[in-house]
Structures are given as C-alpha cells and as structure tokens.
Design a protein around this ligand. Sequence first.
Ligand code: URA
Length: 293
Amino acid sequence: MTGPREALRSYVQFLHEHEDVRHVRLSRTAKEGLARLTAKSKPQPVAPPPTVAAPRTSPPVATTIARSSMATAPAVVPAAPLEITGSTKAEQLRHLAERAAACVKCPHLVARRHTVVFGVGNPEAKLMFVGEAPGEEEDLQGEPFVGRAGQLLTKMIVAMGLTREQVYIGNIVKCRPDMPLGTSGNRKPTKQEMETCVPYLRAQIEVIKPLVLVALGATAIEGLLGPIGSIGSLRGKFHEFRGVPLMPTFHPSYLLRNQSNTEKRKVWEDLLKVMERLEMPVSEKQRGFFLAK
Ligand code: URA
C-alpha cells in the first residue's frame, strides 16, 4: 500500500526522470499537511480510474488517458483531427475554443485548471507563435504568454515592429500542466498530454493559415514536428509544418535564465529571418540589436 510520502516521492522521481523538472520545492503548509497525512494514513482501497466517455468522432484516446497515471509513462495514442465548423476564421476559432473549454480528456489537468488557455490574437495573422503550455499566470488569466516569459515575448514582437494584436499566440497544450499540491513552478507537459491536446493547435493553424510559424522552445518543436533534434541544432533554419515555414527558436524563459547578448542575438537573428520571410521592412537599427558596439 502506498502512503502519501511514497506517492509524492514517486511523483517527484517521475518529474525528474521524464519531465526534466530538476527542483521541486514544498511549501511549509504542504510539508505540514504531508506530515499530518502520513501520521493518519491507513491502507485505503484502490479507487477505480475515472472513466470519460470518448467523443463520437475520436479514437479511444480518452479511455487511455483516463487510465493513465501521472506516475507511469503512458503509451502515446495519436489523437484524431478536429472538425472545423463555421464560416469565418473568427467563428471557426470560436467553435474550437468552445470545444477546448469543454474538453475533459486529461482528467488530472481538468481537476486543477482555472481556465483553458486556447490562444489569443488575430485570426488573420500572418505570423503565429507557438509555445509549450500555460503557466500559473496564464492559467489564472486565460491568455497565453502573460507571465514573465510572456512579457519578454511581447517585447520581442514589438521589436519586430508588430503588436500582440497583429499576430496569433497559442500553445501545444491548452491546460496548465499540474504540479504536486503545495509546490510552485511549472512542468513540461508529458508526451501523452501533448498528443492529446495538439489537435487543437493543428486546427488553429489550419484555420489561421499563417505565412510563418515560430516555435518557441523544444516542446513546441516536438509537438509540431516530433522529436527531430535539439533546439540548439534546429534553430536558425526554416523547417516546415504542413507546408507552412516554421522557424524554431529559444523559448523566452530560456532568455530569462540566460540574459547574455549572445543568446538574445541568436533569437533576434531567428526573428530577423522571419521578418525577411514575411517581407517586412527591417531598419538598420533593428539589424543591429544585441550586437556588440
Ligand atoms: N510559456 C509557454 O510556453 N506558454 C505560455 O503560455 C506561457 C509560458
């Protein structure tokens, strides 16, 4: 029989091994709660897994997810494409957003989410940014990239001569990946969570038909192109997602951790290539950003 301490230990170990989460801090309240639970813990009957009815048009994805536990690495089942309905891009996105808002395919995320962070921006955008998954702030506000990394992304967009309202911003996963109760920080979504959710993003791309996609960080690339290589080796060159040129670059949170002009310049050079591809004007000042004087 597993007590709360063992369950937490195996979850933290899972995060270390599979999710590249290096540090998990427990708040004092969580530690106290854990101590109380441990003192009280008695063998409990194992609860049956929650069952979720699979939508009529989908393969048996929901059942697989419902049975999967956060502490095991589940088999990944590719999810079916979503039907696009509506006559304008705005309406089509609204219909997709409504479906996402009602989505319960990942019961462990549904249990903890405040909002479903579908995406934001111009349905007619020529440029679309793709991130990983909402963090704490995005989950609370219901909008992607509004936390610290988001503020940096906004600055990057403005440096390109654009506004957030002119582009579209979405994520591979629409619900915040849950963390153990009482712990802070964010975790990378699991492969199963990505496979389950990515049909929403694929449908968003199909509706918007951007001229260029920018994948922010390794998870965004993996969600769109699969595990094809490291971000360091892929960035700086155009790849392709379903006929749309895709530029991988570092995630803004990487730049928050590595604030050297060398790293900022790498991202900026990727964005300059995007601007050129979109035939946007590039000033001399813009060309020189983050170069040593
Ligand atoms: N990081 C992401 O990848 N997406 C967000 O929406 C916020 C932070």
